[in-house]
Design a protein around this ligand. Structure first.
Ligand SMILES: [Zn+2]
Ligand SMILES: [Zn+2]
Ligand SMILES: [Zn+2]
Length: 399
């Protein structure tokens, strides 16, 4: 998940020739890492702009050419280029079959409800109790965000990255928490399609930022966790590459190191009571899948279809997909926040609105507005709401 803010370099901090060489080396390593996990369009474009203005150094690799090649490979957030080439969306489709009128087959581990209704994002919520039941890698890979203000975007994440490193190096928990809050806030702002559609609800958004921040402080400042970060980094540096592709045999040690890191994180988070703060009430298995998906998304673009399949199998991400069918027993309701129609299933208690992300009380009957007579499903836990049609206050008590 943490695709941004971790690998930015300090600009204008050094000017002596040795430092320039060191920075070039660091930038090359960053570029390699970006390529390994699959390039994101905005990162490549920023890197290209940066290197386009640098004079060529004899004997040094041509960064612009390397980045252009990476761009041709395609990847998450990039337009299809060469259909069927490794890393292209078409190739991803081949590995992650079937197509978009299918959905991931899953059952809620909290209430046992089967998932029937399509989801608005990669986050799949239970139709009956609105717990987070699964995460769909296919949807995540298809999601793209258009960063409209690239300068502000780069400035934001560069600043966060630098302060994050400083706070971490100083072991300053309070400062680190502050900068991680900023990170998650910016992440939700700039790349909303990577997040849950529930982030449209300000209360969820706040709870999510708190939850992620609390988790980061527990893991990232822990010495044993930092040791696993080093192990992952070492394994990444030992990857064997064949052009832009990764030799699968050198990837599995990275995967093992990453799984080990996740196991350690799970224990640390549990001991600190962090899962209780999860606004999605997700099980550990689902959290694990989200984390694995974030990692797999990066590698898939640099693997052959066969190796890609194996990665999905080893990470438990392959999953079963079923065709999205009209739901026969669905009842049409109306969101008390945004007014959108949605289907609700008999026996359901709460549901997430696919349009605005608010949790709705589908266990109760729809409520009429005194002003316009419009019917609506009240938001969960709310005694009143503003009528989405006529803006009049609608109260459960005032009928
Ligand atoms: Zn459920
Ligand atoms: Zn809504
Ligand atoms: Zn009304």
């Amino acid at each position: 998940m943490a695709l941004f803010g971790k690998k930015k370099h300090d600009e204008d901090k050094h000017s002596e020739p040795d430092a320039i060489t060191a920075r070039r080396d660091a930038a090359m390593q960053n570029a390699q890492e970006v390529m390994n996990r699959g390039p994101a369009a905005d990162e490549l474009e920023r890197a290209q702009q940066y290197w386009a203005n640098k004079p060529a150094v004899p004997g040094a690799p041509d960064m612009s050419a390397m980045l252009e090649r990476a761009k041709q490979m395609g990847g998450p957030g990039m337009a299809p280029t060469d259909a069927g080439a490794p890393g292209s969306p078409t190739w991803i489709d081949a590995v992650l079959h079937p197509q978009s009128d299918f959905m991931r087959q899953c059952t809620c581990d909290q209430c046992g409800g089967p998932k029937k209704l399509p989801s608005a994002s990669a986050y799949i919520y239970c139709d009956y109790c609105s717990a987070l039941v699964d995460y769909d890698l296919r949807v995540a890979i298809r999601s793209t965000d258009t960063i409209t203000d690239r300068t502000a975007y780069a400035a934001t994440f560069n600043g966060i990255g630098a302060r994050s490193r400083d706070a971490k190096a100083a072991g300053d928990r309070q400062a680190y928490a502050g900068v991680r809050r900023e990170f998650w806030d910016a992440w939700l702002t700039y790349t909303p399609s990577a997040a849950s559609h529930r982030a449209g609800d300000p209360n969820y958004r706040e709870a999510y930022i708190n939850f992620m921040t609390a988790g980061n402080v527990v893991t990232d400042l822990d010495p044993s966790y930092q040791a696993t970060e080093e192990q992952v980094k070492q394994a990444v540096m030992s990857l064997h590459r064949n052009g832009m592709m990764i030799e699968p045999d050198s990837l599995w040690p990275v995967l093992d190191a990453y799984i080990h890191q996740r196991e350690l994180a799970t224990g640390l988070l549990k001991a600190a009571g962090i899962p209780d703060q999860d606004p999605d009430h997700a099980s550990e298995a689902v959290r694990q899948r989200i984390s694995m998906s974030a990692m797999a998304q990066g590698w898939l673009t640099s693997l052959s279809p066969e190796a890609g399949e194996e990665l999905l199998t080893r990470t438990g991400l392959q999953g079963e997909y079923k065709k999205i069918e009209p739901v026969a027993d669905g009842v049409i309701r109306h969101c008390g926040k945004c007014g959108q129609e949605f289907a609700s299933l008999p026996g359901a208690k709460t549901a997430i609105c696919n349009s605005c992300g608010h949790q709705l009380d589908v266990g109760a009957a729809e409520w009429p507005c005194n002003g316009c007579g419009g019917l609506m499903t009240m938001p969960s836990g709310a005694t009143e709401t503003t009528c989405p049609y006529c803006k009049q206050l609608v109260s459960r008590a005032g009928r």
